[in-house]
Design a protein around this ligand. Structure first.
Ligand code: UD1
Length: 344
């Protein structure tokens, strides 16, 4: 029998791609999303790709009774928890909003899991918990020290990891896998789902594709005085479809295998690319010339981080192998599709 997985934030960027991969691996999916930063028509895109319409419940995870009604209605075995506010700058301005939303929603889900027999939860964390690793800690492993978060958003990731640890250590009959992502980019190869930021994009790739299509005049590369080979920042850019597949591996592991009650995995490619390399890669992969200039450093940016992903490779049997040019082309195809559909 197919097992049912609850995907919170399932109409979002990573949630929608993960729903597709879960369905294609044979799971039934129930999406819960309050649509605060996404659109219900994402469910149509998912259905077009897989031929299966996931169940969709428009529910705010802060509303305990409504979340409980979802647990009552479906026989949920596993949960992938994406739903969260995620704008770093906004979190600095509205810390209580971020703490309330991101912590309560996780706690509500955790509290309901044992009562309704849900066994495992995959939590979407971030490499932001490592801050700027020292040179000898790069590429960064899961053992690297956690550093004080630079924003309330980053802090909610750290606190939520601790909430899961503490709850399970208290004897709650559930297991968890915490995935620390590096920088997720790209879109589904069908261009039927992708990233759709509100307003001016903060993240690099949406800004690049919006500049390429003419919505933004010029890309600014933040900082050309970093201590890196080409003086721009370095990140580990992971294809969202590869990332989504890591969640399926993690879900199968947490539900079907004897494991420690809480495990942590880095999810990245193991390679670092500079901002300049991404810009040049985009031009090479798409043949589109990108107007850009250097600008001062962006406050809060770390200089360089990329992941050691040996643990995920060995233990999850997963690796991210999509070539960078293909990933960048997928982001461009998605942007062109948004234009064709009159969305952007
Ligand atoms: C950001 C968040 C991080 C979050 C991640 C994924 C911060 C400090 N961190 O990571 O918590 O998990 O997004 O969504 O915001 N860049 C430019 N020009 C631009 C935009 C970006 O040069 O217009 C550069 C940045 O300086 C950075 C790189 O591109 O070096 C990647 O930036 P971005 O996509 O915003 O991700 P992060 O800052 O790494």
């Amino acid at each position: 029998m197919k097992e049912t997985i609850l995907v919170t934030g399932g109409t979002g960027f990573i949630g929608s791609h993960t729903t597709v991969e879960l369905q294609q691996a044979g799971y039934d999916v129930v999406i819960v999303d309050n649509l605060s930063n996404s659109n219900a028509n994402v469910v149509d895109g998912i259905e077009k790709i897989t031929g299966i319409r996931p169940a969709f419940e428009q529910v705010d995870l802060n509303d305990f009774d409504k979340v409980e009604a979802v647990f009552k209605k479906y026989s949920i075995k596993g949960i992938i928890h994406f739903a969260a506010s995620k704008a770093v700058g906004e979190s600095v301005e509205k810390p209580l909003l971020y703490y309330r939303n991101n912590l309560n929603s996780l706690m509500n889900v955790l509290e309901l899991m044992p009562k309704y027999g849900a066994k495992g939860i995959i939590f979407s964390s971030s490499c932001t918990v490592y801050g700027q690793p020292t040179d000898e800690n790069l590429p960064v492993t899961e053992q690297a020290p956690i550093q004080k978060a630079l924003s309330p958003y980053g802090n909610t990731k750290q606190i939520n990891e601790e909430i899961i640890q503490d709850y399970i250590h208290s004897g709650a009959p559930i297991k968890s896998i915490i995935l620390r992502y590096f920088n997720p980019i790209g879109a589904h190869p069908t261009a039927l789902i992708g990233e759709l930021p509100n307003g001016v994009p903060m993240n690099l790739i949406p800004f690049v594709t919006q500049t390429a299509i003419g919505i933004r005049k010029q890309l600014k590369i933040f900082g050309n005085d970093y201590n890196t080979p080409d003086k721009t920042c370095i990140r580990d850019y992971i294809y969202v479809v590869d990332l989504a597949k890591a969640h399926v591996k993690a879900m199968t592991r947490v539900l079907d295998q004897e494991t420690d009650p809480v495990e942590v995995f880095n999810i990245g490619t193991g390679h670092g690319y500079s901002t300049l390399e991404i810009v040049e890669g985009f031009e090479r992969a798409t043949g589109v010339k990108l107007p850009w200039e250097y600008a001062p450093r962006r406050e809060g940016d770390i200089e360089a981080i990329w992941g050691n992903v040996d643990k995920a490779n060995k233990v999850l049997g997963w690796s991210a192998d999509t070539p960078l040019d293909d990933i960048l082309r997928s982001a461009w195809n998605w942007q062109k599709k948004l234009r064709e559909d009159g969305i952007q």
